[in-house]
Write a protein that binds this ligand. Sequence first.
Ligand code: AMP
Ligand code: GLY
Length: 414
Amino acid sequence: MRVLVIGSGGREHALAWHLAHCPSVRKVFACPGNPGMSDVADCLPPTGDYLALAERLNIGLTVVGPEVPLVAGIADQFRAGGRKIIGPSAEAARLEGSKVFSKQMMQQCGIPTARYAVAEDYESAARELARFTFPVVLKADGLAAGKGVVISPDRAHAENTLQHLFSGQLVGAAGQRVVIEEFLQGEEVSFIALCDGQYAEVLEPTQDHKAVCDGDTGPNTGGMGAYCDSRILTPEQTSQILDTVIYPILHQTGFTGFLYAGLMMTADGAKVLEFNVRLGDPEAQALLYRAKSDLAQTLLASTEGRLKEAPIKWKPDPVVCVVMSAHGYPGKVRTGDIITGLPDASAAGATVFHAGTTLEASRLRTAGGRVLGVTASGATLQSAIEKSYRAVERIHFDGAHYRKDIARKGLKRW
Ligand code: AMP
Ligand code: GLY
């Protein structure tokens, strides 16, 4: 089978890397891909018409990494054109495309989530604030590349944030409607299931690290590192989340593709912070590194409504992925810094997934906020952590930043 991966980040590199190792896959194409992906895939120039590309290359299965094409309806377009693709309909993708829609769907399906209000202008938002205690969570309704959620410690901060949201200064048109939400406390878990419209195959649990600095401090990012470890959830928690979060959505929407529930494990049980309609990044790097079976077969089965017949098999060892980011991230990012040390990192036993990199005159340089995802496994979580960081220390670029505490929270379960 010939497979096409759409996207250019670390998640897409991990997808292409895993798929290239699948016995059922003959060739992997990536559009547009990145320099790391060119080791395992043919990287193609960006296009506005992925369906035409898939037809021209006779692609048997297309996997979409990022949310934007899914929200724009790429999966409907492929299915109408008779091409197999992993992803939900545009209607179901609104779970990620609109926080208001997502909260309404959760309410309709009785899914546990934070109390909330919706406001369409500054005055009503400021009035609604009176019904919440601080800190309070403010969320832009539309897609905002991970920058649309602000936690406000007090009223003055909240009012200032609301002004920036409604004026378009913070995230443009995405902030024209705002969800005001109760602040939840607990540990976050990324719970991802592959769905075929009727059945859900749960992936191993992962934990992301959203804040830019150690100890979960500083502004939120797309994710500074993740680990995948069965011990994050008990089998009872997993089956409860499946029943109370994943299946209600599956039944309501006939969801196909990856359904990602961002959960807060509160004292009252798991509550949904958000839904995404794709794999997480950097969760995917840890997950795909750990998957043992031919994922292409499972994905293909999911497009044919026979996912139940093709379960994913996992290696037992936990996996840690540490993200190295560029100078300035998550603010204004500097690009063009020369990256060295990747062969040494590989020699240290890690796999380095590229994200924001570019090749210029045969030198690898930084080209985006999150630059690399340094990924390794170990017989214990501690050894996986040590192996990843030994590799990280061998990589250099000016302005490089990484968190020193990725997966540290997980050690208490060992
Ligand atoms: P979201 O995009 O909705 O997942 O929000 C991004 C991040 O903001 C989450 O991963 C959490 O770290 C934080 N967050 C979102 N909603 C809440 C909430 N209700 N309580 C506490 N933290 C939240
Ligand atoms: N790592 C969080 C996300 O992919 O949304």
